[in-house]
Design a protein. Structure first.
Length: 132
C-alpha cells in the first residue's frame, strides 16, 4: 500500500466544482464569434457564431485574489488584464478557451484570456478573464 500511488478520481473533484457552481453561481452565456466560413478567405462569407447559454459561473474580482488562493494556479496576465474573472466548469462538448464574448444578464464582456485548472487528465475549472 505504501509503495503504490493511489488512483485519483478526478471526476469526483469535477463533480464537487459542478455542485459549487450550481449552488453559488449565476447563469451566463458564452459566445464564439463567427470567423470566416473559408479560413483561406478572411474577407469572405462569415461563419455561424456559437452561443452556449445557462453556464453557471461564479464571479471573483481579480484584485486581491491571492487571498483566495487562485493566483498560484493562473497566469499573472489574467489578473492584470481582467476586470472580472468568471469561474466555470469546463465543457465536455465546447472548447470554451476559443470563445470570445460573455453576457451576464445585461452586461456584455469581452473574453481577454482563459486559464485552465487541469491537475490530471480531467479539466476541473476554467478561469475566464473578462473586460468591458
Amino acid at each position: 500500500l505504501w509503495g503504490r500511488p493511489m488512483a485519483v478520481d478526478w471526476n469526483r473533484y469535477r463533480k464537487i466544482v459542478d455542485d459549487a457552481m450550481k449552488k453559488w453561481g449565476r447563469p451566463i452565456t458564452l459566445i464564439n464569434d463567427a470567423g470566416p466560413l473559408d479560413p483561406s478567405d478572411p474577407l469572405g462569407m462569415p461563419g455561424v457564431e456559437t452561443v452556449v447559454s445557462n453556464i453557471q459561473a461564479v464571479f471573483v474580482n481579480p484584485v486581491g485574489n491571492t487571498s483566495l488562493g487562485i493566483a498560484r494556479y493562473i497566469s499573472p496576465g489574467l489578473l492584470e488584464n481582467s476586470e472580472q474573472i468568471a469561474l466555470i466548469l469546463p465543457s465536455r462538448v465546447h472548447d470554451f478557451k476559443r470563445f470570445t464574448r460573455c453576457t451576464d444578464g445585461g452586461a456584455k464582456w469581452k473574453i481577454s484570456q482563459v486559464d485552465e485548472l487541469k491537475p490530471g487528465p480531467v479539466p476541473i475549472l476554467l478561469y475566464i478573464g473578462l473586460r468591458q
